[in-house]
Write a protein that binds this ligand. Structure first.
Ligand SMILES: C[S@@+](CC[C@H](N)C(=O)[O-])C[C@H]1O[C@@H](n2cnc3c(N)ncnc32)[C@H](O)[C@@H]1O
Length: 251
């Protein structure tokens, strides 16, 4: 899915120059893609030292001498103070913010405006964990998401908190951005998603000290893994929800 979203951003951006690029929520996918763009330089920010190490390992070889991978937090007023970028891309940043600067998601629009000379592109995932879907595939995706969040919470971690495109557009407009384009990309989750999410559950369940609770969660993980695989295989993936790309400019 990442490449479809990035291709869409590239199509929206043409024929503008990329100039100085800011990856405001760095990860392996975004850094790999942005490092290959014909811009002047890439500055990639992550809030997580372990993510910085992962990106360095997976994509460090693609970075040019003028590129930077910075570990910092958008709640720190000193981070990139006074620096301006021609293109700012926030790739799944907002949904991850709860773990790094909880309840500050609304402040990111002003913060990025201070750094943006030109276009801002935001990608995100429409929230789905609290949905009541009408399809078996949707129900399966929600059940997996709920179990994942329950395991994270029981292990003392903060789950992602995704925000809908509508919420992002409202905050952009209130914050003096002009929204140019909003596009949703329907998702088809594969067996890899089922395993990735349930492996995350299993790692958290293994840390719990209450053996009855751990056993109950492990049983639920096994049930959803079997049923999720069977359904994804039979239907060519679990079709539910959407990612989105929003393009905006300072008004
Ligand atoms: C889900 S990951 C982004 C995924 C990524 N773009 C990719 O390539 O797959 C979210 C990123 O945003 C960063 N992040 C979230 N909140 C942050 C904050 N308050 N300050 C700085 N970085 C933050 C995380 O540390 C992480 O690097």
């Amino acid at each position: 899915m990442a490449s479809a979203l990035f291709e869409h951003i590239a199509a929206l951006h043409a024929p503008r120059a990329w100039g100085r690029i800011l990856d405001a929520g760095a990860g392996v996918n975004s850094v790999r893609w942005m490092a290959g763009l014909p811009g002047e330089s890439l500055t990639a920010v992550t809030g997580s030292p372990s993510m910085a190490r992962t990106v360095e390992r997976a994509a460090g070889g693609r970075l040019k001498p003028e590129d930077r991978l910075i570990t910092g937090n958008w709640s720190d007023p000193e981070l990139l103070k006074g620096e301006r970028f021609d293109t700012v891309i926030a790739d799944y940043l907002i949904g991850a913010m709860d773990a790094f600067s909880p309840y500050a998601q609304d402040l990111i629009f002003d913060r990025l405006k201070a750094h943006a000379r030109g276009r801002l592109y935001i990608t995100g995932l429409e929230p789905y964990v609290l949905d009541r879907p009408s399809t078996p595939a949707g129900t399966m995706v929600c059940e997996i998401g709920r179990l994942r969040d329950a395991c994270l919470l029981l292990a003392g971690e903060r789950p992602y908190r995704e925000f809908p495109a509508e919420w992002v557009v409202r905050h952009l407009e209130r914050g003096g951005w002009r929204v140019i384009d909003v596009k949703r990309f329907p998702i088809r989750y594969r067996a890899k998603f089922v395993d990735g999410q349930l492996d995350m559950c299993a790692a958290r369940a293994a840390r719990l000290t209450d053996p009855a609770l751990r056993a109950a969660l492990e049983a639920r993980i096994a049930t959803l893994r079997g049923a999720g695989h069977a359904m994804a295989e039979a239907d060519g993936g679990l079709r539910h929800g959407a990612d989105y790309v929003i393009a905006a400019e300072p008004a």
